[in-house]
Design a protein. Structure first.
Length: 340
């Protein structure tokens, strides 16, 4: 499996998106962050606290340990000065919610358009850094083309060819990335994949934090690299009611993040507002939410190593919030809380 979205339903739920994000006839800045610092502060100055009102349940959930949700998403800074590399199908970097912060790094492969027309890479990138939908709203995003298309749509492409394309993309990141940076991997492959393992290790050795989706097969995440590879932050999916979404699990999972009915960016030809909510859960959506949180941390701790970022994410997570059987996964839910 190349892209971690199996066992998900249609992504489009425009009515919910409009309700959560306030895009229909909004005024007074409901969908825009409130900030006491109109200009990005110098890297030596601690960023100001920024609050977004009516952010949608996923962002609302990750900035507080306890429920009920308060209809706010507050962070320390917005990821200024950090670049997130999205290794995925190509996507439209000119979407207005990126505000010029997105660019194409490796123009290889094609877009991954899901069965409802949603661009997988765009939805992922929007969860990282979309103005209305992202965790790190001022981080830069780089599209790193790595896909022949979505799972089941690749035609005659072999598994070996898919893996070779992904390895090419990962090695491009290792050779060209600018720190501080995060690398989001919302895909899984069938082991053994020494080329993927070696390329991911090169990225980590270069000082870049790697975040990967656990996978959507309902199996042990250790069996679905890059999940579980050394020093990779492996992310499982939680539901709107703080339950395990029942996707990949086990000891290779580091933490959970919201991944059900989450709101992100879509092509404006599908939805005029350019945002929509997913239905069902996918670890492809959980990983970029964690990538955004890592970007927030790196914007304050610019020289932090991948291991230090991973340790912060794990230790800072909300403990014991998840309900139901976790099948060996740790009971940790992403908590941003603003870098301390």
């Amino acid at each position: 499996m190349i892209l971690g979205w199996r066992r998900r339903r249609s992504v489009l739920a425009t009515g919910l998106a409009a309700l959560l994000i306030g895009v229909s006839g909004c005024s007074g800045g409901d969908s825009a962050p409130e900030s006491g610092a109109p200009n990005p502060p110098p890297s030596t100055v601690r960023p100001a606290e920024v609050t977004q009102r009516n952010p949608g349940w996923a962002l609302d959930r990750i900035d507080q340990h306890q429920r009920p949700l308060n209809q706010r998403f507050s962070t320390t800074g917005e990821g200024q000065g950090v670049t997130v590399y999205v290794v995925d199908g190509l996507f439209d970097v000119l979407h207005s919610d990126f505000g010029g912060r997105a660019s194409v790094g490796l123009k290889a492969g094609v877009a991954c358009s899901l069965e409802d027309g949603t661009n997988h890479g765009l939805f992922v990138a929007g969860l990282v850094a979309g103005r209305r939908t992202g965790v790190a709203k001022q981080a830069k995003v780089v599209s790193v083309g790595s896909s022949y298309g979505c799972e089941g749509l690749e035609g005659e492409v072999t598994e070996a060819q898919r893996v070779a394309r992904l390895a090419e993309a990962l090695n491009w990141v290792a050779d060209h990335a600018t720190k501080p940076a995060v690398v989001n991997l919302s895909f899984n492959v069938s082991p053994p994949v020494p080329a993927i393992t070696a390329a991911v290790q090169r990225i980590v050795d270069a000082g870049l934090t790697v975040v990967a989706s656990a996978g959507n097969d309902g199996e042990d995440a250790c069996k679905h690299p890059p999940a579980g590879l050394p020093k990779v932050v492996t992310v499982a999916a939680s539901t709107e009611t703080d339950e395990d979404a029942g996707l990949n699990h086990g000891r290779c999972v580091d933490l959970f993040a919201p991944a059900e009915n989450v709101t992100s960016l879509v092509d404006k030809t599908l939805v005029p507002s350019g945002i929509a909510a997913s239905e069902g859960a996918a670890t492809s959506w959980a990983a970029p939410i964690v990538s955004g949180a890592a970007a927030l941390y790196l914007s304050v701790h610019r020289t932090a190593t991948p291991e230090e970022v991973r340790t912060w994410l794990i230790k800072n997570a909300t403990q014991g919030a998840l309900k139901g059987p976790l099948q060996g996964s740790p009971n940790r839910l992403l908590f941003t809380g603003g870098p301390r």
